[in-house]
Design a protein around this ligand. Structure first.
Ligand SMILES: Cc1cc2nc3c(=O)[nH]c(=O)nc-3n(C[C@H](O)[C@H](O)[C@H](O)COP(=O)(O)OP(=O)(O)OC[C@H]3O[C@@H](n4cnc5c(N)ncnc54)[C@H](O)[C@@H]3O)c2cc1C
Length: 342
């Protein structure tokens, strides 16, 4: 039976990227009578090149299978992951059809295409300056990090990190099926992901929790120099990244999804699958008439890794002060333990 709020209702979604569109799809799939309006500040969905491009690594396991990218929405299938911690290298193999490096713009267009088929209204060039302008029964904040809605309400809590990423063309480090994550023992970690094979592109970046006032660009350049990583920079991205859950997840009639709510996985900065899952859950909770359950369901899904991740990050602040070698030792230990409990 379809739930109704005693007449048709409207939901306003702020942000037309991954979490906003997955919320819209879920709302319509679970209750087609709801009017759903997605407000996106950019002129184009997906193809807004002013919009953020990220590392674009995405995996579809268990419940995430719903969000499998179509052929044109990804550049590469990933079957190998290398995690390098100091001098120790671990290699992980995955079966095909699970790991991808997305073509993010196309993937967002894939989601947008689905929303339009379901009757969602997408309004582009529509920057929401204040939530007072929205009259929906519910508002879903999918505005990313930092969340414009949380800033307006002055409820922007949660640990944030900083990132800096370059896309290099014609790179000698392009390996189409392999992701590399490297911990050097300094702050944070580096990643090297293969992008467009036609251009032999890689996405190479640095990220860490907290903002220590370091020059990330210089750190990345030194890293490239040390490993003789070549390629022409053709795109730069980065900025704040939300580390783990960004409470509150609900505030009056506003539900927070994606970077604005569930943030990214505290160890790797993966936010795409979390944006998709949180949108899916938020949409279902509203459509089925139990919006207040949204934070509980999200906590059940993410709290374990959130607690482990945040404890680990805090412990590392202390280890760094005592002896930076402890950071690498704890990372190695943690990686072994987490593989056991995963
Ligand atoms: C450098 C970097 C590398 C990353 N690498 C990876 C990776 O490899 N894998 C991974 O899984 N995750 C990665 N992430 C994280 C991932 O990009 C995010 O978690 C994900 O994009 C969150 O999606 P979202 O829809 O919540 O927010 P966003 O993608 O940030 O979208 C927010 C949308 O809201 C719109 N908007 C904002 N304010 C308003 C407003 N006032 N009115 C209307 N519209 C508005 C914006 O234009 C945008 O379209 C990375 C992040 C960074 C910064």
């Amino acid at each position: 039976m379809i739930f109704t709020y005693g007449g048709n209702i409207k939901v306003d979604i702020v942000g037309g990227s991954i979490s906003g569109l997955s919320t819209a799809i879920s709302l319509k799939e679970h209750n087609e009578s709801i009017t759903v309006i997605v407000h996106e500040k950019h002129k184009k969905i997906g193809y807004n090149h002013e919009g953020r491009r990220c590392g674009e690594a995405h995996s579809v396991e268990s419940e995430w299978k719903k969000w499998r990218p179509e052929k044109k929405s990804y550049f590469n299938e990933i079957t190998k992951g290398e995690v390098i911690i100091g001098s120790k290298k671990r290699v992980y193999h995955r079966e095909p059809g699970v790991g991808y490096v997305l073509n993010r713009q196309e993937f967002i267009c894939q989601l947008a295409g689905k929303t339009e088929k379901l009757g969602v209204i997408i309004q582009t060039d529509d920057k929401i300056k204040t939530i007072n302008d929205l009259d929906g029964k519910f508002i879903v904040d999918a505005s990313g990090c930092p969340s414009t809605v949380k800033r307006e309400l002055d409820i922007n809590r949660g640990i944030k990190g900083v990132t800096y990423q370059q896309t290099l063309e014609d790179s000698n480090y392009f390996i189409s099926d392999t992701l590399k994550v490297i911990y050097t023992g300094n702050f944070g970690y580096y990643w090297i992901f293969p992008r467009d094979p036609k251009k032999k592109e890689i996405n190479i970046g640095i990220g860490f929790s907290g903002n220590f006032g370091y020059n990330l660009k210089n750190m990345l350049e030194k890293f490239k120099e040390g490993r003789k990583i070549e390629g022409k920079v053709n795109y730069v991205a980065g900025g704040l990244i939300p580390v783990g859950l960004q409470r509150p997840l609900i505030h009056n009639n506003i539900l927070f999804v994606g970077d604005a709510g569930v943030g990214t996985f505290p160890f790797t900065g993966q936010g795409i699958y979390r944006a998709l899952i949180s949108g899916n859950v938020a949409g279902k909770c509203i459509a089925r008439g139990y919006p207040k359950k949204y934070p509980h369901i999200i906590n059940q899904k993410f709290i374990k890794w959130d607690l482990i991740g945040k404890t680990f990050i805090r412990a590392n602040y202390i280890f760094r002060r005592i002896n930076p070698k402890l950071v690498l030792a704890s990372l190695n230990y943690f990686t072994d333990v987490s593989n056991m409990i995963r």
